[in-house]
Ligand binder design. Sequence first.
Ligand SMILES: Cc1ncc(COP(=O)(O)O)c(C=O)c1O
Length: 382
Amino acid sequence: MDSLDQFAAAKLAALDRGRLRRALAPTVRDGLYVERNGRRLLSFSCNDYLNLTQHPAIKAAAIAATERYGVGSGASRLVTGNHPLYVELEARLARLKGTEAACVFGSGFLANTGIIPALAGPDDLVLLDELAHACLWAGARLARATVLAFRHNDTDHVDALLRTHRARHPRVLIATDGVFSMDGDIAPLVDLGHIARRHDAWLLSDDAHGIGVVGGGRGSTFADAEPADVPLQMGTLSKAIGAYGGYLCASRPVIELMHNRARTLIYSTGLPPATVAAAIAALDLIARDPDYVALPVAKARAFTRLAGLPETQSPIVPIVLGDAQTALAASRQLEREGFLAVAIRPPTVPEGSARLRLAFTAAHPDAEIERLADLVRQQVYA
Ligand SMILES: Cc1ncc(COP(=O)(O)O)c(C=O)c1O
């Protein structure tokens, strides 16, 4: 074995020892169900909260866009990849989020790794919730800013860090998930907005798991009675929206700065027209049907009630089990009962908090939710 393969094999062996090795499992999804290893399983591991990935109107919009504009976009948006569907999608996103403008990126990950370095540099400070998504951390590191973590959802800690550090940095960005991807709780955005204004810091929320499902579909900025003051509303089109791509909704100058400085926008090919058309069609459906939009959280709450767990704020319900082996065993046990509930292990979640992360969708049958709750109560936690 040459040194390269030896290096890879040693890394993999270490992961094996900790039960942390991951593998790609070929998976055929047909809506709620997935086929894996020859078995059909009801999935509680997809972020397709509104089941829009398979919606006929959305598929039709994607097909029509492919026929009209072709499969790929051919270049960066800054060159010739900016097909006309982008204008419509960005106008709709800005309207939904109540901002002057919006910019669509190639993915949520590309959005955060483009936005943060465009706003912060080596002299600046980025404060991140300790449980913030990996792409917020990646963006902060790419910015080469000073990065400090604050305790999860702890606004007093944010305030204290700002009192200590604010004066040393020309610019400070505070970044957090709006809905936390592995925990399902919602950031205290109203309070964070006040604190940020008081210290002249800029608040960025990553609403990957909020758009389409909380705040009447408008996302976590709108989850409370009073909308939060979040000048940088980022998110993804790959979860409840059922398509692909990331976005930032913000003021016009900020969006125009992204066109000029966000390297992941400038140096990456535009999204396929079909994907942009699908997102537009999904936003149409979301705007038209608030009762449907409310279903994923309602279903998740029915589950937490039946399973005897704390009431969830979002469609995401974590079942924290501790070590990786226990989480893998629980996942296998549910698989034997016909459910897909993938085990989530470090480093995606902190050491000692491996879990099943359940995601509820509008279309999950109530009887299956009851059966899953019984299994979790009687067997997973037993
Ligand atoms: C909170 C959060 N932010 C960003 C992303 C990345 O978005 P995308 O899948 O569009 O790259 C994800 C999930 O993948 C996420 O959970």
